[in-house]
Design a protein around this ligand. Structure first.
Ligand SMILES: C[S@@+](CC[C@H](N)C(=O)[O-])C[C@H]1O[C@@H](n2cnc3c(N)ncnc32)[C@H](O)[C@@H]1O
Length: 441
């Protein structure tokens, strides 16, 4: 390994929505060569052949899956510091990425104060007081309010001993402190101090500006698309089209179209860490890359759709969603072939689409935030009718549909050529939902 890539290894905690842990792990394994690729670029690996060799060696050394520990609501991974930071613009399923700064046994406040006061904060902070979140479980120190206060006082005291430069303090004025967080976690009297490397939650992509009623969170949409992909086994070389017949603000379509791209359209906290300063100019060069270039990579290639069709019944939604799709052009991704149609999916007749395999993904109104139309007897009847209508109108190969968990999908009376392949339970905005995948045979 080239000297310039030597980088201390740190523990990262990748926060993911509960039940999406395995999918998040899968995303990392699929994108692993690209993570290494970006890391190598950031560290300025010199010539092409050496660079490729390095990637290969590193891939072997790391054996990624074995290195990641899955826990409820997250993944733990040990990575070179800079590589962990780069997960932010690459991954689409996580909510945020924390880096562990220090960990110690602690059963009293004076020790907490001293440990925090002695930590070299100037590596990560420019003189600002970050927002502090605390949690405590099975520990002598369990008063989270007091843990937060003690941490704040200790950081302020640290600054008294190591005053930040004037320039740093000027820069701090530009920072949104809300997006700068330290996490203090007590478990069995072990105190773990972590820093957020993301800033705003990662599902805030910045490129989708217009939001309609009941949108799905972007990272959940990406996770469900990856889940759906597990059941797509079309022969090599067959193109596929993604159809969202109740598209709302277009989340599924946008997430699918951008799944393999890097998100440099927003800020991440790690870029403001003083220790990252020496990489900034290389990072700025990376920002000019729009897509993960390794299109030869089979697994990522498999996730791509050749065409997209989005439908919605609502005029206002169509107007704002067309603006969302327009925004993709500003990302230099105007070659993405998306067709947006205003229609009532129940009133449509067979749509003669191109000879591509068709994958439908749909997040219908659940009758909670958006009222179901009165013409359906009940919710079971609505979902049943929707699935059969989708079969008739689009002749799809696969359908992935979100159904509230209180609706018994087992009661759906469906044609015999449709098989239920998978039921994936998850929670969105406090609602318990199932993502059901059907295959048409
Ligand atoms: C739950 S929202 C979808 C949210 C979307 N996944 C997002 O993230 O923005 C359901 C959408 O279905 C649309 N819709 C309701 N009935 C419809 C129908 N009969 N045909 C087409 N669209 C319909 C609504 O206008 C609404 O935008």
């Amino acid at each position: 390994m080239n000297n310039s890539t030597k980088n201390s290894t740190e523990n990262f905690f990748i926060i993911v929505p509960p039940s999406f842990e395995e999918l998040a792990l899968k995303e990392i394994t699929f994108k692993w060569p690209l993570i290494i690729d970006l890391f190598s670029r950031l560290n300025n690996l010199p010539n092409e052949s050496e660079y490729v060799e390095n990637i290969k060696t590193m891939e072997k050394q790391i054996q990624i899956e074995k290195q990641i520990e899955q826990i409820y609501g997250g993944l733990l991974i040990s990575l070179p510091e800079n590589m962990g930071y780069l997960l932010n613009p690459i991954l689409k399923i996580p909510t945020r990425i924390l880096m562990r700064l220090t960990s110690f046994k602690c059963r009293d406040f004076p020790k907490l104060y001293n440990k925090i006061r002695k930590f070299p904060w100037n590596k990560y902070l420019k003189g600002q007081l970050p927002s502090i979140e605390a949690s405590a479980e099975k520990s002598r120190l369990h008063h989270t309010g007091r843990i937060i206060e003690t941490t704040k006082e200790a950081i302020l005291n640290y600054y008294q001993g190591q005053p930040p430069s004037k320039k740093s303090l000027e820069e701090v004025k530009e920072i949104n402190i809300e997006n700068f967080s330290i996490y203090i976690r007590f478990e069995n009297d072990i105190c773990t101090v972590s820093i957020d490397t993301s800033g705003e939650a990662l599902y805030k992509r910045s490129y989708k500006k217009f939001v309609n009623e009941a949108p799905l969170r972007e990272n959940l949409a990406s996770g469900l698309l990856l889940k759906l992909n597990e059941f797509i086994d079309f022969p090599e070389g067959e193109g596929k089209m993604l159809i969202d017949p109740m598209t709302g603000s277009g989340t599924f379509i946008i997430e699918a179209a951008l799944f393999n791209t890097l998100n440099f359209t927003r800020e991440y906290s790690f870029t403001l860490f003083p220790c990252f300063k020496k990489y900034i100019s290389n990072y700025q060069t990376l920002q000019t890359l729009q897509t993960l270039h390794s299109s030869a990579d089979d697994q990522l290639h498999h996730l791509q759709y050749q065409k997209y069709l989005a439908i919605d019944i609502d005029d206002k939604t169509i107007t704002s969603t067309s603006k969302n799709f327009e925004l993709l052009k500003s990302l230099n991704l105007n070659s993405i072939p998306i067709k947006l149609i205003k229609a009532d999916v129940f009133e449509m007749s067979y749509v003669n689409l191109e000879p591509l395999k068709k994958v439908i993904i749909v997040n219908p109104p659940y009758g909670i935030r958006i009222k179901l139309e009165l013409k359906f007897k009940n919710k079971v009847n609505f979902f049943q009718k929707l699935i059969t209508t989708l079969l008739d109108n689009f002749k799809p190969n696969i359908i992935g549909i979100i159904v509230p968990r209180d609706i018994s999908y087992k009661q759906f009376k469906l044609p015999t050529n449709i098989l239920s392949l998978s039921v994936f339970p998850f929670i969105h905005g406090g609602l318990k939902l199932n993502f059901i995948i059907y295959k048409v045979i």
